[in-house]
Design a protein around this ligand. Structure first.
Ligand code: T6T
Length: 316
């Protein structure tokens, strides 16, 4: 059985004094802007957020961009500015480009809570809730070492889009930890633009250029799905170990049928639940915790039944 990394981290706490007008006093409106629409990670996050908002007597509306894309997400955030919610829960699609639009909503009186991804500028959000993504990357590297079982070879890391705080931390956590396994050598991090097709072709190219390729670490759902396609097309399923991040229905199916050797599952519903709790605390002038994390679990085929509660949902 593989280790499961669980961490609940409290960096600092204190009430947050945002300034600015626009959001109406006593407003019970929360807005959630995920990274992308119709995607099991963010759907599960939204389910957790909706349930908690209902429990606390708040109204949560969700609007997600069609793609994980900063200009598309900016349009949605800008549209909130005219009638700002009491709090905006957001997964910034770019750690820098989303700063201006988010700051704009904050200046109109909305409390800002980051869910999943975060801005580089840590002064904007009242609270940030995410997985411990660096720890997730480390866990993936330890799992990769276990799977290699002493065999030597090269490993490819697939990231999504530059500026995505979560996947960048996973890739770095993985690469840092892999240095402790001398028989495994990283051939570097490649970006896929969060497109499965690009992930598939990066794997195809890596297999051609690196005959001793022994493993692929895919830092999220889309890169994992594309990497699985790349390995399948080359007849390398099982011969090259694939570790994915997330636990979408198609990734779980892939784990079951041997296309993935392990998945690092997040707990998106808990990120949504905690996000709403922090947003409401900020609105009501109660103590807010600046940084919170949700649990991660490394799951293999052998223990997938016991871990089925971590599989993501397609609807609430
Ligand atoms: O892995 C999640 C999320 O944590 C990441 O920030 C972006 O990709 C996902 O939504 C999965 O597609």
């Amino acid at each position: 059985a593989l280790a499961s990394a669980a961490a609940l981290l409290t960096a600092c706490s204190g009430t947050v004094g945002d300034s600015g007008g626009g959001s109406q006093a006593g407003s019970k409106k929360l807005a959630l802007v995920p990274g992308v629409q119709a995607e099991p990670f963010y759907i599960s996050l939204q389910c957790g957020a909706e349930a908690e908002a209902k429990k606390l007597g708040y109204e949560l509306t969700t609007q997600a961009p069609q793609k994980f894309d900063a200009p598309l997400q900016t349009q949605l955030v800008n549209a909130l500015g005219a009638n700002p919610p009491a709090a905006l829960l957001i997964a910034p699609t770019d750690d820098t480009a989303m700063l201006g639009p988010i700051q704009q909503v904050k200046s109109r009186g909305a409390k800002i809570v980051e869910v999943d991804t975060a801005l580089k500028d840590t002064t904007v959000a009242a609270s940030s809730i995410s997985s411990d993504n660096a720890a997730g990357g480390k866990l993936a590297a330890q799992t990769m070492a276990k799977l290699a079982n002493g065999k030597s070879g090269s490993v490819l890391v697939l990231d999504t889009i530059a500026g995505t705080s979560t996947t960048a931390a996973r890739a770095k956590g993985f690469e840092d930890e892999l240095k402790n396994t001398p028989n495994l050598k990283s051939i570097g991090v490649q970006f896929t633009q969060n497109e499965p097709d690009q992930a598939a072709s990066k794997v195809t190219a890596a297999l051609a250029a690196t005959p001793d390729l022994i493993g692929v670490f895919a830092t999220n759902l889309n890169t994992g799905e594309g990497a699985a396609t790349g390995l399948r097309n080359a007849g390398k399923v099982g011969a090259v170990n694939l570790i994915g991040f997330d636990a979408s229905p198609s990734e779980v199916e892939g784990l079951k049928n041997g296309q993935y050797q392990a998945l690092i599952a997040q707990d998106p519903a808990s990120i949504g639940t905690q996000g709403v709790q922090q947003a409401v605390a900020a609105i009501e002038g109660k103590p807010v915790t600046r940084n919170l994390t949700a649990e991660l679990h490394s799951i293999t085929k052998a223990d997938m039944e016991a871990n089925s509660q971590y599989f993501y949902k397609q609807s609430c």
